[in-house]
Design a protein around this ligand. Structure first.
Ligand code: TRP
Length: 324
């Protein structure tokens, strides 16, 4: 069975864009692959953070993933910090990576600019090397990621090839699976930008209160016409709500236009809200029933399995690089 690995940083609440674009896809993979789903808590440390918040967000993310349909019986759900082998390989790969290539990473440049005042930690610089280690320590076949992580994945492949050339063929060069860009959910307040936690008012968090979800949908930016028509160029707000409604109801855009012909934006928005609540009702209930104890058991089980797999590979790596 092929191995899929991906990581999610515990840096905020899961929103609709994350779910439709990423999580739903991973849930589908569970039946046909061995899925390793990692909570990238070490990557979350690369920018200034509060320890208690990091801990809370880690549990929060695990509970959200399970409530949404990640099945811990099928998927190995684990915390990155529970598997020390990642850090071992991180060092080995760090010694193989060039200063120049790490400096050229878009995300490094962006983060370095953002944290200029606070000081740019070397964690920000080494971030993609740790990401490469996360993947290569399991010999993952396939890595599902968003477009923004493409450069990091190309570096991962390059480091695997470089390692193999230098020491011998031990690491698998992983394939990249880009999340389908057709499912691009835009911000409710800035429909020309992707939905993201950096723009809270435009971001529909799946587990926030009824009231908040309702308010955000009702306040979503529209236009001065009064027609529910899919025209992303001139009606980006309504078109985005239509895309959201389409995914929540499985209706086609044409069916949606028909359903709301002659009706106003208010009616349409109410229906989007209701569809959201119907769709996520079960997950929202389930999440409330997930206890910290249960999550601790899931983490312990995930850590055991992930360590077993990673340590097998690590033993080979240590031998071939001359440490054993
Ligand atoms: N950097 C990724 C992100 O921000 C998260 C991540 C960490 C990851 N390690 C990974 C993704 C390994 C895929 C594989 O989205």
């Amino acid at each position: 069975m092929k191995t899929i690995l991906t990581g999610i940083k515990p840096s905020g609440q899961i929103h609709l864009g994350n779910y439709l674009g990423v999580i739903k896809e991973i849930i589908n993979f569970q039946n046909n692959y061995r899925v390793l789903l990692m909570i990238a808590d070490l990557h979350a440390q690369t920018v200034p953070y509060q320890p208690s918040k990091l801990r809370a967000l880690t549990y929060e993310l695990a509970a959200s993933l399970i409530a949404l349909g990640i099945d811990p019986q099928k998927t190995i759900l684990f915390r990155q910090s529970d598997v020390p082998a990642h850090l071992y390989l991180y060092w080995v790969l760090g010694c193989l990576s060039y200063f120049g290539e790490l400096q050229r990473m878009h995300e490094f440049k962006e983060q370095a600019e953002k944290f200029k005042k606070e000081g740019i930690g070397s964690g920000i610089f080494m971030y993609p090397v740790l990401q490469a280690a996360d993947i290569l320590i399991y010999n993952a076949d396939l890595v599902p990621i968003g477009q923004d992580q493409l450069q990091h994945l190309e570096l991962t492949r390059e480091l695997a090839r470089r390692f193999n050339q230098r020491f011998g063929r031990v690491l698998k060069v992983p394939e990249i699976h880009l999340h389908s860009e057709t499912i691009k959910i835009m911000s409710l307040t800035n429909p020309d930008k992707k939905m993201s936690k950096s723009d809270p008012d435009g971001c529909l968090e799946i587990f926030s209160s009824d009231r908040e979800i309702r308010d955000k949908i009702m306040k979503a930016v529209t236009d001065s016409e009064a027609e529910i028509k899919f025209k992303p160029d001139i009606k980006p707000g309504i078109s985005n709500l239509m895309i959201i409604y389409k995914h929540l109801t499985n209706k086609t855009l044409i069916e949606i236009e028909k359903e709301f012909s002659g009706l106003g934006y208010l009616e349409f928005k109410k229906s989007v809200y209701e569809a959201f609540m119907n769709y996520f009702n079960k997950a929202r209930k389930r999440k409330k029933e997930i206890s910290k104890d249960y999550l601790d058991r899931i983490f312990a089980k995930g850590a055991k399995k992930a360590n077993y797999l990673a340590n097998q590979n690590l033993a080979k790596i240590l031998r071939i690089v001359g440490l054993r």
